[in-house]
Design a protein around this ligand. Structure first.
Ligand SMILES: [Mn+2]
Length: 319
């Protein structure tokens, strides 16, 4: 039995699906597992099942710790930029060949030789529609055509597949892998449960955005068990014209989330990478890049996180 441990997002689900199809072809039995959505950790459940398996395949997860915690054979299939992992089978063209790849689904298709609509849906999930304008675009469109779907339908499927993780439903995330293998794209598009998920998430986002719009603010606190803080932040900057936004989800499944995003014209004027470093040096779990920062912390650490951002943004958020 092979254990597939995969990211909870649509690329992770599609990539795991492609790898599972490969195992079915060679008559291997398999089981798939995802970490708890939002928590990059191999918990006891994953470790126990992995230790019983002949081999563990870790897909679309930038978690080098996997080597240490799983004993036995480990294969990594990934596309995240990191420093590489020694001593195991590590397939990541972005690291080992310095060749860019759009998604883990692309890496798994290269590795297994299985190319299908899941390759394309994973790539749209990680990159959005812009992936079709890249050098991979033509191949991805061809893969979708074989199943009679267009780019927008692929995007819609990726959004539907992302809903279980946004809502924090690990079991449903894991069930998606079998679903993408057994269903036609049309069936996933029309899946009642996934569509209900999406409606719930969208109405929660709309409700919060309405309040933000009526208060005309770039700093906002809310509470939600859904992992929607980045979607709200992107909409505020990309669609509502904010130059900088600072959001706090004060109660995210018992924890707190802090999210800071600046617009393209502000990029470089605010030292976000330094702020991330400072947060980490204070023991906060923070990550991001030049234009965005995300932090998940205990509820009592929110003020400390906000203080670090405030004291490095020169009066952007006086409140
Ligand atoms: Mn990915």
């Amino acid at each position: 039995m092979i254990a597939i441990v995969h990211h909870w997002d649509s690329d992770g689900i599609c990539s795991a699906g492609i790898y599972a199809m490969h195992l079915e072809e060679v008559d291997e039995s398999w089981v798939n597992l995802s970490p708890e959505p939002g928590i990059f950790e191999f918990d006891s459940r994953i470790i126990e099942i992995s230790q019983k398996a002949e081999k563990t395949v870790i897909i679309d997860l930038n978690m080098p710790d996997g080597v240490r915690v799983m004993n036995g054979m480990v294969l990594f299939l990934d596309h995240h930029l990191q420093s590489g992992i020694e001593g195991v089978e590590y397939v990541n063209p972005a690291v080992t060949e310095k060749r860019s790849v759009p998604s883990a689904s692309w890496v798994v298709s290269e590795y297994t030789g299985i190319w299908n609509h899941l390759t394309a849906i994973g790539a749209v999930g990680d990159n959005g529609l812009r992936v079709f304008k890249t050098e991979y675009g033509n191949k991805l469109v061809d893969l979708l055509k074989r199943e009679d779907i267009d780019e927008n339908s692929a995007l819609m499927i990726s959004r539907l597949l992302d809903t279980p993780s946004i809502m924090g439903m690990r079991k449903e995330v894991e069930e998606m892998v079998l679903k993408v293998i057994q269903s036609t794209p049309e069936e996933i598009l029309n899946d009642p449960e996934l569509n209900r998920n999406l409606e719930r998430i969208e109405s929660e986002i709309d409700m919060i955005l309405d309040t933000i719009g009526s208060e005309n603010t770039s700093y906002f606190e809310f509470e939600s068990d859904y992992n929607i803080i980045s979607m709200i932040g992107r909409k505020m900057v990309w669609e509502m014209g904010n130059r900088a936004v600072l959001l706090v989800n004060k109660n995210f499944r018992g924890m707190a989330q802090v999210y800071f995003r600046i617009s393209p014209e502000m990029t470089g004027k605010i030292p976000i990478v330094d702020i991330i470093q400072r947060m980490r040096s204070m023991g906060l779990n923070s990550g991001g890049k030049r234009e965005v920062l995300g932090c998940i912390c205990s509820r009592k650490d929110v003020e400390m996180a906000l203080d670090i951002i405030r004291s490095n943004t020169g009066g952007l958020f006086e409140y």
